[in-house]
Write a protein that binds this ligand. Structure first.
Ligand code: GLA
Length: 419
């Protein structure tokens, strides 16, 4: 996805290079004030939709495998009100860009829609097909989610839009359908062939829990992460990543081709003995892709189990193994991600403050996720920033989060008197 699409939402939010960020309550208040200044009246609806980070289980979702994501305490907030006139029409204002888009989602798609508003457009068209009705709407977007960093700001915006459409129309979608609809909007309207993990994490996120997601059945199992001493640390490499670029789609086709060779419906069904038997039939590259998917699925299920048992040493080891597999077999890492993981691992060896670390999301830039002990945090930040800057010339952005609640309505007011 080109940078501008992300910057359209993030520019001017003050996120660049800074770690502190307003809480959800403050962000919602800012969105409300901004809406009132821009549209001249308070918003009737406010919805919040978080980003996500994946602890382990990468490039497994589109192989029907397992992933272990969670929603994070960074959000897209939509403030909205009905506008005069019953015809569906959207006036969408990006607080970050000071940019407005107006279109009618029941008429043919406009060519000149800014790429960032296509997520909103796609979701509104799809919910309309499912008979969720809304008239003219004024909508403002605010966000404190670092964008372009592999934390699913696009899924956050899609799910925020679907949640707003539910509140306005008074109809609730089945949560699994809602996640699938948002994924479809991303495929069909933004041209990104993503899996299902992001939208599921944003819809089903629960405070203090990870989600063990079975991407074949769509089932989610909650895995508690409640130890107050443990923090989820996210470090943005500051290297922009592009999911709509060819590499992500190429990995998907390679996995599909390998599944065909192995005569299985998806790589979820592939077993080690299949792989050994088919060794000669597969190119080395496809062999590596399969090896990653089989081993990553095993690591993910195991990590969820060891986490529940409080076996942090093994959880950490599994995270490092996952990173190595993504780097060496799946080839989706980059030098900056490798450097951050290496620095974190060194620090873990030195003082035990780091439990485990790995790249998270699609790869080729974006973020590293680490589990860390709260007590070592201050020292850790210093030990990472300087060497990373010296070796890459880039400033990493660090922040910690707890697992957060998925998308939800913050305010839904009844029509005002006389309406
Ligand atoms: C991106 C996609 C997800 C998933 C990850 C890799 O984030 O949006 O569906 O495939 O890459 O695990």
């Amino acid at each position: 996805m080109p940078d501008g699409e992300w910057n359209a939402l993030s520019a001017g939010t003050g996120e660049e290079g800074r770690e502190s960020s307003p809480s959800l309550a403050v962000l919602a208040q800012q969105a409300e004030n901004h809406f009132e200044r821009h549209f001249g009246r308070p918003p009737r609806w406010l919805v919040a939709s978080p980003g996500r980070v994946n602890l382990i289980g990468e490039h497994t979702d589109y192989n029907d495998g397992f992933a272990l994501p969670m929603a994070i305490e960074r959000y897209v907030v939509l403030a909205a009100d009905q506008a005069p006139g019953g015809t569906p029409r959207i006036d969408l204002f990006s607080a970050a860009l000071n940019q407005q888009q107006t279109w009618c989602p029941t008429e043919p798609q406009k060519d000149d829609l800014e790429p960032w508003s296509r997520y909103v457009d796609g979701v509104l068209r799809l919910v309309w097909e499912r008979n969720l009705r809304f008239g003219a709407l004024d909508v403002l977007i605010a966000s404190n989610l670092p964008l372009g960093g592999g934390l699913s700001s696009s899924a956050a915006l899609e799910v925020a839009t679907a949640t707003l459409a539910e509140a306005v129309s008074g109809h609730t979608l089945d949560p699994v359908d809602k996640a699938l609809l948002c994924q479809q909007a991303e495929h069909d309207y933004a041209g990104v062939p993503c899996g299902i993990m992001d939208q599921f994490a944003v819809v089903f996120g629960q405070q203090d829990h990870l989600l063990l997601l079975d991407c074949r059945s769509g089932e989610t199992k909650l895995v508690p992460l409640t130890d107050p001493e443990i923090r989820v640390l996210i470090i943005d490499t500051n290297v922009a990543r592009q999911l709509s670029g060819g590499e992500y789609a190429a990995r998907r086709s390679e996995c599909a081709a390998a599944a065909k060779h192995l005569a299985v419906a998806s790589l979820r069904e592939a077993r080690w003995d299949h792989l050994r038997e088919q060794d000669d039939a597969l190119s080395h590259r496809l062999y590596q892709r399969v090896r990653h998917v089989i081993s990553e699925n095993e690591r993910t299920v195991r990590a969820a189990e060891r986490m529940s048992a409080g076996d942090w040493d093994e959880v950490g080891a599994l995270m490092y193994q996952s990173h190595a597999s993504l780097r060496d077999d799946f080839h989706v890492s980059c030098p900056e991600l490798d450097l951050l993981v290496e620095l974190l691992q060194q620090q873990g060896r030195r003082d035990g403050s780091v439990i485990g670390a790995r790249m998270t999301g699609g790869g080729f830039g974006g973020c590293v996720v680490a589990l860390v002990w709260q007590t070592g945090m201050a020292r850790l930040a210093q030990r990472i920033r300087q060497p990373y800057y010296e070796q890459t010339g880039l400033r990493p952005r660090l922040f910690t989060t707890r697992p957060a609640r998925g998308a939800h309505v913050l305010r839904s007011e009844l029509p005002r008197l006389g309406e």
